[in-house]
Design a binder for this molecule. Structure first.
Ligand code: FES
Ligand SMILES: [Fe+2]
Length: 409
């Protein structure tokens, strides 16, 4: 049973002031419905959020919905351009599109049949007054960013300025040819916990050694960097030979111009015998992009605060932690391989998803227990370890965003 805390928005500044840096957040941040609403408005409403991949909208009319909190966005290709529209009718506010994905020539509101073109413009409404102007009643546009085929949306009036940082990231990710991927599986793992506990769990690997037996067998990230220096040097030599840059990029936390413009890229070694994140260590799919061989590494990529990817040599896994309610979050895991790979010939789905399916189940369990403990009336914020620097950065930006006045206040 979810435990909630009553707090009023006017109490928020004092609560933010009381938050000790380097500690987990105070209880109301994980339990208060009022803070959850502020999270949606001031944080999620102001960020870039990874919605999907351009391969989902290859042809004109192809669309899919992306939803979080109480928001729903239509991502659609119209006249060879990808658009994002708020899925809210301009008549009396009904959801317009109820289908998760498909191909449409137009979107017809199920309530009174106002009909929108795929570019969002309104064709017309029945029996409207003579002075009714359809041009003023298009679906509200939503910002869309296409980074090498990864599609991000933002409901902010001015989304975080991430372009300059993405320019620095672009050459590092170029060899993977992310735009030449396709989604072959996505799964949702609902967890009865606040979205911040789910995200924080992903932002640290302090828990990996204790909670992820399978992952820890093959991935060195669970160990402090000093312990893996030799492995890293060996991998880097192979990365160069495979055609992958070995630079690292971390424009994180207070270095980012504004919460939401963070970019992170780091490749780290798998243990000897593992070419990719597979059970056997053997390849799972054809090499990505321009890679000429397996270097035995995996790259953590973060774009903005909320969007994380793990790029192996032969597949990419994307992660999102979608808020549904104050203590309900969907952990979404998305598996991508080369667009031209064929199932059962070039990859086998069960093997491909094995690691991150069981690892996400582990995460669901530990996040659930984390929320149960935080719900105790006697929970107190605890000190973070040196391996939890990602959480420190997140808290910095999260609290800063919550402290800023939203244009919708
Ligand atoms: S609410 Fe959409 S047509 Fe009336
Ligand atoms: Fe984990």
């Amino acid at each position: 049973m979810a435990s909630t805390t009553t707090i009023h928005p006017q109490d928020l500044p004092a609560l933010i002031d009381r938050q000790q840096p380097g500690y987990s957040l105070q209880r109301p941040f994980y339990t208060s419905p009022a803070i959850y609403q502020q999270d949606l408005l001031r944080f999620w409403g102001e960020q870039w959020i990874w919605a999907g991949h351009s391969s989902q909208v290859r042809n004109n009319g192809d669309f899919f919905l992306f939803e979080f909190g109480q928001e729903s966005v239509i991502i659609v290709r119209s006249e060879n351009e990808i658009h994002a529209h708020l899925n809210v009718c301009r008549h009396r506010g009904s959801r317009v599109c109820l289908q998760e994905s498909g191909n449409a020539r137009s979107f017809v509101c199920p309530y009174h049949a106002w009909t929108y073109n795929t570019d969002g413009s309104l064709r017309g409404g029945r029996l409207m007054p003579a002075d009714f102007n359809p041009v003023q009643n298009s679906l509200l546009p939503v910002h869309l960013l296409n980074f090498q085929g990864l599609l991000f949306i933002s409901l902010a009036s001015e989304p975080p300025p991430i372009d300059q940082n993405l320019k620095k990231l672009a050459p590092l990710t170029a060899p993977f040819e992310l735009d030449n991927l396709k989604i072959v599986h996505q799964a949702s793992y609902p967890v009865p916990a606040n979205w911040k506990l789910a995200l924080e769990n992903y932002l640290e690997c302090y828990h990996c050694a204790t909670s992820h037996r399978e992952y820890s067998k093959s991935h060195s990230l669970k160990d402090p960097e000093a312990m893996t220096a030799d492995l890293l040097a060996t991998m880097k030599a192979k990365s160069v030979a495979a055609g992958l840059p070995v630079d690292e990029l971390c424009i994180c936390g207070s270095d980012a111009e504004q919460p939401g413009s963070e970019v992170y890229y780091r490749r780290y070694p798998l243990f000897p015998g593992y070419l990719t994140g597979s059970q056997s260590g053997e390849p799972l799919a054809p090499l990505l992009g321009t890679l000429s061989e397996f270097d035995g590494g995996a790259t953590d990529i973060q774009i903005g605060v909320l969007n994380s990817f793990l790029a192996y040599s032969d597949h990419v896994v994307g992660y999102r932690f979608i808020p549904r309610d104050v203590q309900t979050t969907d952990i979404q895991t998305v598996w991508m391989v080369r667009a031209d790979a064929t199932r059962n010939r070039d990859y086998e789905l069960q093997s491909l998803k094995w690691l991150w399916h069981i690892t996400t189940l582990d995460d669901e369990r530990i996040i659930r227990h984390n929320q149960a403990g935080v719900n105790s009336n006697h929970y107190q914020p605890g000190p973070l370890s040196t391996m939890e620097w990602g959480i420190v950065d997140f808290h910095h930006n999260y609290l800063k965003a919550l402290n800023q006045r939203s244009p919708r206040d």
